[in-house]
Design a protein around this ligand. Structure first.
Ligand code: NAD
Ligand code: ZN
Length: 360
């Protein structure tokens, strides 16, 4: 029996207005910033310690990161001779934080992004990188992966590696003030969902469990309160997101994430919204959490979407695609249901679960 050797983010600064300390944690030389395009021309840009030789790449989050897009960022930096920055800074949500992580790996490792989709394939340490989340929930700021979709193969998988972990974080709860309400709920729930998935799984780790329990407890405080977005709650959710990300380093997700990935691949629904839609079909696997989840959504007046608007596209062929894109996630499914998960999740069963997401 060999125990896992777990790495977490080595440094973090937490506190309101801590973005002002970015200057203290970036290295000399030019820097490359990946910034969520929401912040283009916003006040935040004036707060950054920008120098004229720095490069800013605004990340369009309309689509989640693809391996092609990551390659294109790398090629662009190589083309303008900016491919060996002292620091890469990611400022944004999961999509932006992941793009910065992936490019930091790719600048020190030969080949294409798709070559590193998997576990421990990155051979050389990445460019030094700093993460600044502006929305809480995915835990991308803390995790050892950067999720990318390979459009050609349909594979949605990140570069799982210790080198993918940020070297430094700035956790400034002021930055999440402007997140739209629904998005705040959907993304915030990602940490609640992956934490309960890991706690209900077979593969357990005492420290991972402790992170997950605290993340869940903070999420419940936030989403059962009157105003999930008040200052105190945005602080709590930022902590929950970080802890949830740490939890996942020691465990696996469960049934929700594979179904959610199916929705993202087939209908291009963004990860966190897809998770919430998936919850509609999860009562039999996670009865307690199912009830809690919908209670919290009610409390915050959030209407969980359905698949109704895709109804015209849903036929036997779609179900086959959904089934394939779900069942491919063997690690989380066997974590949740055992090695014989395919006997439980037969094609008919998977179809029945997706049908539960069709209507309110
Ligand atoms: P996101 O990065 O797409 O951001 C969601 C939306 O919020 C975007 O429209 C963005 O522009 C906007 N936004 C972000 N911050 C804002 C702010 N302060 N004010 C106003 N608008 C703001 O979404 P997300 O939900 O944070 O992340 C989802 C992505 O993360 C997916 O690509 C998913 O695959 C990935 N993910 C990664 C991990 C990991 O461990 N690396 C884990 C889970 C999910
Ligand atoms: Zn997730």
């Amino acid at each position: 029996m060999k125990y896992k050797n777990t790495k977490n983010v080595p440094y973090y600064i937490f506190g309101k207005g801590s973005i002002a300390q970015l200057m203290d944690v970036i290295k000399d030389g030019y820097r490359v910033y990946f910034i969520d395009y929401y912040f283009k021309n916003k006040e935040l840009i004036n707060k950054l310690p920008l120098k004229k030789e720095d490069v800013i790449i605004y990340v369009d989050t309309t689509e989640e990161p693809t391996t092609e897009k990551i390659d294109a960022y790398k090629d662009y930096l190589v083309k303008i001779n900016k491919d060996t920055p002292s620091t890469i800074i990611g400022i944004g949500g999961g999509a932006t934080l992941d793009s910065a992580k992936a490019v930091a790996n790719l600048l020190t490792n030969p080949g294409k992004a798709e070559d590193y989709q998997g576990w421990d394939l990155v051979k050389n340490p990445a460019i030094y990188k700093v993460g600044v989340p502006t929305i809480s929930g995915t835990g991308a700021e803390a995790s050892r992966t950067c999720v990318m979709t390979n459009v050609k193969t349909g594979l949605k998988l990140g570069m799982n590696s210790d080198y993918t972990i940020y070297d430094q974080l700035i956790l400034d709860p002021e930055l999440t003030k402007t997140v739209p309400i629904e998005q705040y709920f959907f993304t915030g729930m990602d940490t609640y969902i992956h934490s309960f998935e890991s706690l209900n799984g077979r593969y357990r780790h005492a420290i991972g469990d402790a992170f997950a329990r605290e993340a869940i407890s903070l999420c419940k405080e936030v989403f059962n309160s009157e105003d999930m977005m008040k200052d105190e709650n945005r602080e709590k959710l930022m902590v929950a997101s970080y802890l949830g990300g740490c939890a996942i380093a020691n465990s696996f997700v469960g049934v929700v994430h594979p179904f959610s990935a199916g929705l993202s691949i087939v209908f291009k629904i963004h990860h966190c919204e897809a998770n919430c839609i998936t919850m509609r079909g999860m009562e039999e696997f996670y009865p307690r959490e199912y009830e809690e989840f919908f209670k919290m959504a009610d409390k915050q007046n959030i209407k969980i979407p359905t698949l109704e608007k895709y109804v015209d596209k849903i036929n036997e062929d779609t179900f086959k695609k959904l089934y394939n894109a779900t069942i491919i996630h063997e690690k989380p499914l066997s974590n949740a249901l055992g090695d014989n998960f395919k006997e439980i999740l037969t094609y008919e069963k998977v179809k029945e679960i997706f049908l539960k997401m069709l209507k309110d």
